[in-house]
Write a protein that binds this ligand. Sequence first.
Ligand code: ADP
Ligand code: MG
Length: 698
Amino acid sequence: MTIQKQHSLSDPVTVLSGVGVRLQEKLERIGINVIQDLLFHLPHRYIDRTRLTPIGVLRFGHNAYIQGEIELTQVRYGKRRSLLCRISDGTGAIVLRFFYFSKAQEKGLQRGLSIRCYGQVRRGPNSLEIIHPEYRVLSDAQDDELDEQLTAVYPSTEGLQQARMRKLSEQALLTLNNDKHNLTELLPEEILAKQNLPTLIDALDYVHRPPPDADVQSLIEGRHPAQQRLAFEELLAQQLSLLELRNELRTEHSPAFDLSTQHVPEYLERLPFTLTNAQTRAYKTIASDLNKSVAMLRLIQGDVGSGKTVVAALAALQAVEAGYQVAIMAPTELLAEQHYNNFLSWLEPLGIDVVFLTGKLKKSIRINVETRLQDQTPVVAIGTHALFQDSVSFAKLGLIVIDEQHRFGVHQRLALLEKGQQHDKYPHQLIMTATPIPRTLTMTAYADLDHTVIDELPPNRKAINTSVISNERREDIIERIKHICSEGRQVYWVCTLIEESETLQCETAIETAEKLTEKLTSIKVGLIHGRMKAIEKETVMQDFKDDKIGLLVATTVIEVGVDVPNASLMIIDNAERFGLSQLHQLRGRIGRGEIKSDCVLMYQSPLGDLAKQRLEIMRTSSDGFLIAEKDLELRGPGEVLGTQQAGIPEMRVADLMRDAHLLPEIQNTAKTLLAQHPGKVKLLIHRWLGKNLDYSNV
Ligand code: ADP
Ligand code: MG
């Protein structure tokens, strides 16, 4: 018998038994270097083998441990060869499905044998199924005992088995027992008492190895006090890191721009409309931010069509008048082009230089633009992220505007600031998004920004009538297109992402355009997708704007930007595959003129319950905020904003939706810590975010 050596939590994992170079490399890949890291590598779920569930009560989505007798095992040849094994326990039957299996495995699953398995229940073609369950054939149906406690499942990486992870965490817990004083409790006692939370050490012990009498349900749902305590600390660490960053930036010096007396009034004079109250309010706030020598970090949220671009132009004018350069970054080429055209028509009459920079420019033109930016004189540069590539340097950048923020993450945003830094001065930053960011997210991922909401649409907007229709009624819809076009109006047909592939999406659009061209002989059908050249896209868009095209078949490239007031009908194909916020953005392309507009969400039947619920929200609401909240509820923050783009580093225990109730107290605690225990702040951030959060090196 070997005696467990007395390790300390700060020892490298290689001191543990069984950890050689290869395992060490794998662990490093998931951020585990020292023994303490293993403690904070928390289970992301549990397997409950403490009880068996009768097959008859299984519902899809359940994770269940079941036992039954094998009734039939057979190999099914179809699109994909699979091994099917039907088991039953007298209350019901279920199919186990394997796509990868060996001959031996097939032989082992003999009719009449008893088997135990664990896995997630899904809807199969004919009955409920479990795909690739963990299973064990029993030698005697009676003999087998159940587990006494839940089994932790750890986030892992390729080639790192759960059994291995469990052994490692076992060793880490032993080390913790011997080295308790090295794991400091960082939450103030009064908080623990007030929230009724266990200590850090108790919480860690508990979540890694829940005792036999643990409340299984609360652990599985992540609501156990031990988990809540850790989630609290994790969210607190996140909050602190953003606040620290914010404080750091707020002390940096930025150029202060005088209020504009020339460009802004002249520009407003020339606009064919007057600003809405919300636009005026937003601009006033920005103007006073820019007037200070502290970096502005402001997020403008305004629903699609609320007129954010005009507000951005006003900010740009103030910077230019003060003698500074402005960079305006859009997420796509198409949107960058549209901004460029707008700004050109707005600013050139005022004698202001506007340049365009994207990755697709010819090298010679690019070099010209880059040279121009190295010149100290004011200029407004519009482009994609190409604006911030290494070869580009600005001589006197005073303001960065980022449009449609949801596509950029926190990291990118901060990298931009670094890029604009000159002699210890940072440019101001204005971020604009049409994705209303739900409150829970603004409190976390966007805690370093100030917020302004443009909560008013220009007065000429008409409500859009949205309907949800099965694609079995495609023909009716085609009739409707004929009707609309015969009245001289125009139509969008949006094709969705069939898979996560732009190529496939484009192919779908091409095919759809062909079919519709055949059916709608009297209508000119146009096509636009992401793989077309910028100039081709521009021509198509221009033709659509000029009413030379009646029906425009498009991929989601039209999501942002384009403004064609005569388009009054939009059909979104396979709408159930879209995120709600994205649907809302798309829908915002119509209803831009005086005519009443309609949006048809066409789905592939049959429609699941969740999808039904989601489309119903779209049908009944036109409130971008509400839609985003629902989207978040139904899909989680990662998907709403795109996992990386959410700017939320992946979390270990916390879940923004589930733990939202903790946020107010977390914000208070963050303030208390910053004021009273600054030493703990660093430790907390380091403990939870480690090296991931070195913003200066993004
Ligand atoms: P978004 O906030 O979605 O970016 P845009 O800035 O593209 O909106 O504005 C949408 C359209 O509304 C544009 O055609 C713009 O010229 C127009 N617009 C902006 N502000 C007003 C206003 N106050 N009154 C009327 N039309 C406006
Ligand atoms: Mg916009």
